[in-house]
Write a protein that binds this ligand. Sequence first.
Ligand code: PLP
Length: 422
Amino acid sequence: MEPVRRKSDLPQVPAAIDFESLRADFPIFAASRQPLHYLDSAASAQKPACVVESISQCYNHGYGPVHRGLYPLAESASEDYEASRRTLANFINAAGAEQIVFTRSATEAINLVAQGWAARYLQPGDEIWVSQMEHHANFLPWQRVCTSHGSRLRIIPLDSEGRLDLEQAEGLFGQKSRLIAITQVSNVLGTINPIGEIVATAKQQNIPVLVDAAQSVGHMPLDVQDLDCDFLVASAHKMCGPTGIGFLYGKTDRLAATEPLLLGGGMVDEVNIDNSSWAEMPARFEAGSPNLAGAIGFAAAADYLRGIGLQAIEQRVKELARLAYEKLSSVDGIRLYGPGPGLDSSGILSFNIDGIHPHDLAQIAAEHGVAIRAGHHCCQPLMQRLGVSSTARASFNLYNNEQDIAALVAAIQDAKRILGYR
Ligand SMILES: Cc1ncc(COP(=O)(O)O)c(C=O)c1O
């Protein structure tokens, strides 16, 4: 495997980026008949033309089966697939490309660790810790494995501002703790969790940490060697890449201790009638025909974001969220959830308007060309903590601008007028 670049080799962040002109990289904004104020990037991000072109280039000119043929097209397809893996390893500064396992999604990656790793070692009485802000994808796999092994799923509670209340998480770093599985950024509150601190403390007790980075990879600089986490998961579609592909990053010893979730073609060393053995990492975790175009599009998205600069993207999105928070705060009857603007808050804002159901709000917003999400956001335990069944959510990405915020505020005012709330 080609060596992965060290942090010091990473390109410098350009001084000033004209984000308004970057919007033109996303054909969907030019193509839509009415202005599109897309504020649902936490669900799935829009795609720049270069990502779509990389996929069409693959299907039009470079498509072949991966790791399954000896003719030139099959060989170049295999090379492209592995080059994409290296790009993603570089993107998060993994020490080796073989530490990146392609999966269908962040969800599948977490399930792989739950079933392939945790299920092998968990004993009755052991504890797995998650937080009350987890997406169901980082909650249900642990709930299931704990239930089936007589283990206990423990919850890190939240304070009144939507931050982790680590002081109340008694036993988090204790003797029974076998894994901490935690999101880096909440997909509802926008809270950025102190993952570095959690990993550092967990490490002293030899407790592994899985980071759900679905809302952070591609949104902020991220270096897995620096973070020192054991596992980390991400999805391409949240970072301007295609749907249907994500990855699991794992430390080499952790991946070596993980059993494959899916068995089948491409992941074996030798298959006999009575017994079989698995291929090396990461192939052993990638049974079935690999998603070549997905991997290429994923790598193209990483290159695109890296070309802009992750630090610049993070700053831009935080600035938009700060502005939105300020404007929304002045709306009568609004209740905003989460810590609000600051270092530990990203580009995701959740809110409710007195007397208006978030679904009604989202529907009226849609008439204004404003796309927001309404619901429980796959975070029902968090909704229980907030004492609501759903919220409205606006989430920002690099292509958003101040007009999107103004359109959101106008849509909320209109909803209040139509639904009679003053
Ligand atoms: C924090 C978080 N984790 C995990 C997921 C699951 O991602 P995917 O549906 O791409 O597997 C999401 C999706 O919204 C998320 O926001």
